[in-house]
Design a protein around this ligand. Structure first.
Ligand code: SF4
Length: 495
């Protein structure tokens, strides 16, 4: 029998602080690669560490503001991080979104914990529904797993997106069956899985992963229809950390050139080579009919989680205002108007995400789920508005964002004084401070954290068309047409 208790032995002492969290990542002997080289200790890697530090901010927030970053959970009967909490009333989802905005403001990047949180929410209700229909015990297993996770106060990552290969084919139709993560063996103790997951946010910085199907399945896809939890350092796992724009400025440019030297996001490809999961950590095994429900509930939670981008928007709007102030033009009318436009777009995202939380409804398990239509509208706003906010920030900041000399030039005895002389703005503004703000704008609009602010806004939690499909499903066009006919008198004339 597998030693399930042994899998939790490292987590006997709960993680209480950000420092505890960072220490907990050390010495795990994970198989991690970055830029063609094995990374023996990710915590010590200068390009990877800013992403760990962004994740650590979720623990700092819980320490500093326990009612925002933390919550009392009835499942474990103790205070835990809000990223481990199942929402059981609209106020939980409202608080979650307030926390996500605050973390976006603090980090200016993706803090990586929302996929795991939203996986927890979706698994809670879907395991309940499967058990109610089939008499299985997945919900009990899931609650036991979650109770341990909440007690240990660990980071759970969510792994959903498969490589998918030929997008026109189902998992069982692919030439290579590994293009969707699958069960390759079942025995009395558990399941063994192989394949891969792509774009996995914060995977290397997590303690455990919940793996889930990525889309609707058919009966022939039973071996691809499963949910399970596993340690990130389980035997058979390999991680390839994704390249990000300007990521090596962490090592070749100095903190000024990095733009945001403290924080960054992280995505990795995870390869699973015959990875074992004991039954105790399997929460769906072949119930292909529930794959679509799981994905829809996950995306409904996760699309509203993109309220995180309003925190980043707050930072970028602030940076644009600072840049204008440094140039002595903050009170010029068109600058003020652009700042108003940026704020309007940012708050429009916020309003749709918060509305989706306030309008949440209970599911059979007792978990609350965001309003599906409003959540899709929120995410659809996120696929567009940050791009316009970024464009306006660059408009206000000017071309120096992309033509500015490096920090090394600034430190050069011969040309450093020339840079200080000719890059000065209005009187009283430190030239280097001006450069720092411009580098932050570069970082968020075309640099390392544009990965999170822009492209991830486009494709994370489903690309724009995925939201349009859901919006089309819920738009009740026949009802709207009937209302129009009634007011126009069309129905009366027909009678
Ligand atoms: Fe959370 Fe936003 Fe990062 Fe997704 S993109 S994990 S919602 S911070």
């Amino acid at each position: 029998m597998p030693d399930v208790d042994g899998l939790w032995a490292d987590f006997a002492r709960p993680i209480a602080t950000a420092e505890d969290y960072i220490a907990s990542l050390r010495g795990r002997r994970m198989n991690v690669f970055f830029m063609g080289e094995r990374v023996p200790e990710p915590v010590d890697h200068p390009v990877i560490f800013p992403s760990i530090n962004a994740m650590a901010e979720t623990y700092r927030l819980a320490s500093e503001r326990p009612t925002l970053g933390g919550v009392h959970t009835p499942i474990a009967g103790l205070q835990t991080n809000r990223f481990l909490h199942v929402p059981t009333e609209p106020a939980d989802l409202v608080a979650k979104h307030e926390m996500q905005r605050e973390l976006g403001r603090r980090t200016g990047t993706c803090f990586q914990r929302c996929v795991g949180l939203d996986a927890i929410g979706a698994c809670h209700s879907v395991t309940f529904d499967i058990d109610a229909a089939n008499g299985t015990d997945y919900h009990k297993r899931f609650l036991a797993f979650l109770k341990r996770a909440q007690t240990a106060n660990i980071v759970i990552g969510g792994a959903m997106t498969d490589p998918k290969g030929d997008r026109s084919k189902a998992p069982h139709q692919q030439t290579d069956p590994d293009l969707f993560l699958r069960i390759v063996k079942r025995d009395a103790n558990g399941i063994t899985i192989s394949g891969a997951k792509m774009h996995q946010t914060g995977a290397v910085n997590s303690h455990w992963l919940i793996v889930m199907p990525t889309m609707r399945m058919t009966e022939a896809d039973k071996d691809w229809s499963f949910v399970g939890a596993l340690r990130v350092d389980a035997p058979g796992l390999t991680y390839v950390v994704g390249r990000q724009t300007n990521d090596t400025r962490a090592v070749d440019g100095g903190p000024l050139d990095a733009g945001n030297a403290q924080f960054a996001g992280q995505e990795a490809m995870i390869v699973f080579d015959n990875v074992f999961i004991p039954h105790e950590h399997v929460f769906m095994d072949g119930e292909w009919q529930y794959a679509a429900t799981l994905v829809e509930r996950f995306t409904t939670y996760h699309r509203s989680s993109y309220v995180c981008k309003t925190g980043l928007g707050d930072v970028l709007i602030g940076a644009a205002a600072e840049a204008a102030s440094h140039n002595g033009v903050e009170s010029v009318s068109h600058i003020k108007d652009k700042l108003v436009e940026m704020t309007h777009l940012n708050e429009t995202i916020y309003s749709s995400c918060m509305a989706a939380a306030y309008r949440s409804k209970p599911l059979a398990s007792g978990a609350y789920l965001n309003d599906e239509m409003l959540s899709n509208v929120a995410k659809h706003n996120v696929t567009r508005f940050p791009f316009e906010i970024a464009r306006l920030a660059q408009d206000i900041a000017g071309g120096l964002v992309v033509t500015m000399p490096s920090e090394k030039d600034l430190q050069n005895n011969e040309i450093g004084p020339l840079i200080r002389k000719f890059l000065q703005g209005r009187q009283g503004v430190d030239t280097v401070d001006r450069m720092r703000v411009l580098r932050l704008i570069e970082n968020m609009t075309i640099g390392r954290n544009a990965v999170g602010y822009l492209t991830e806004s486009l494709h994370g939690a489903g690309s724009p068309q995925a939201q349009r499909i859901q919006i089309a499903r819920g738009m009740a066009i026949d009802d709207k047409k009937a209302r129009a006919r009634k007011l126009a008198g069309v129905e009366e004339r027909r009678r």
